[in-house]
Design a binder for this molecule. Structure first.
Ligand SMILES: Nc1ncnc2c1ncn2[C@@H]1O[C@H](COP(=O)(O)OP(=O)(O)OP(=O)(O)O)[C@@H](O)[C@H]1O
Ligand SMILES: [Mg+2]
Length: 235
């Protein structure tokens, strides 16, 4: 690895950018947790890394835009993957281009379509992401702004990252919860864009190929949401 540069430090991992075999790469290195027994910590971390790598591969081969996986180094608690160039975290993109601005309907629709299609594809393959937030989606910001008007472009502009909590064999309920987690996170991170979730949800249903399966997810989602409301009322 060459020219390693620390770009982010999360709750569980440090992220570095640098050249690996001539390619711009991102290394996600999980910390040692000192409060855990060393052997237990090593085993849990190894499991998490393997699960994350597996989820990236499975999602990628199902045609979902994710960074390419380059290397899994269990000894160093690290995953090496493609560094997505010219992209920003969707959260920052929304904060800069939508929040507090007028005339943003086309752009909200664009994001709704891109994310709705991406999540529908993932769920149709019985995978869930587990932590759907606008911080775990990259927006490729490399073409001209006018292309937001071309809604068919939407599906090519979003990349899903951070599969640390993903699951491969998910139930209808898991999928409903995945959507609910997204809804809650949008309400708190992007309260100024109140239509965002409903646009995502609309396109999710439109793009979900297996309609009867989609109906099951919707029914479950309504239950999960009702349960969430009740919990909020109780406090
Ligand atoms: N492949 C990538 N290409 C470009 N930037 C990336 C890539 N992966 C991650 N990033 C950047 O690093 C940040 C953190 O990455 P990620 O979400 O995977 O880690 P995390 O949230 O710390 O992980 P976890 O939730 O598993 O602890 C992202 O928000 C993004 O800005
Ligand atoms: Mg993250």
């Amino acid at each position: 690895m060459q020219d390693l540069e620390l770009i982010a430090q999360g709750a569980e991992a440090r992220l570095y950018k640098g050249l690996y075999l001539g390619r711009m790469s991102l290394v996600k290195e999980r910390f040692v947790k000192n409060y855990r027994h060393p052997e237990l910590d090593a085993r849990l971390t190894k499991d998490r890394i393997k699960a994350e790598a597996r989820a990236i591969i499975r999602a990628k081969s199902a045609g979902i835009a994710t960074p390419a996986l380059y290397l899994v180094d269990v000894e160093r608690r690290s995953i090496y993957m493609e560094y997505v160039e010219n992209a920003i975290v969707l959260k920052d993109f929304i904060d800069e281009n939508i929040s507090g601005k007028t005339d943003v309907d086309d752009l909200v629709e664009f994001i709704g379509r891109g994310l709705g299609a991406l999540i529908a594809k993932l769920h149709a393959k019985h995978m869930i992401h587990g932590d759907l937030t606008t911080s775990n989606i990259l927006f490729k910001n490399d073409s001209v702004e006018s292309s937001y008007n071309d809604q068919s472009e939407a599906e090519t502009r979003f990349v899903m990252i951070d599969f640390g909590l993903a699951r491969l064999d998910s139930t209808v309920e898991d999928k409903a919860v995945d959507l609910y987690v997204l809804e809650r996170s949008l309400l708190s991170a992007h309260s100024e864009v109140p239509t965002l979730f409903s646009r995502i949800f609309h396109h999710y249903q439109k793009h979900y190929q297996n309609k009867s399966q989609c109906e099951q997810v919707l029914a479950k989602y309504k239950q999960v949401q009702a349960r969430g409301r009740k919990r909020l009322m109780i406090g």
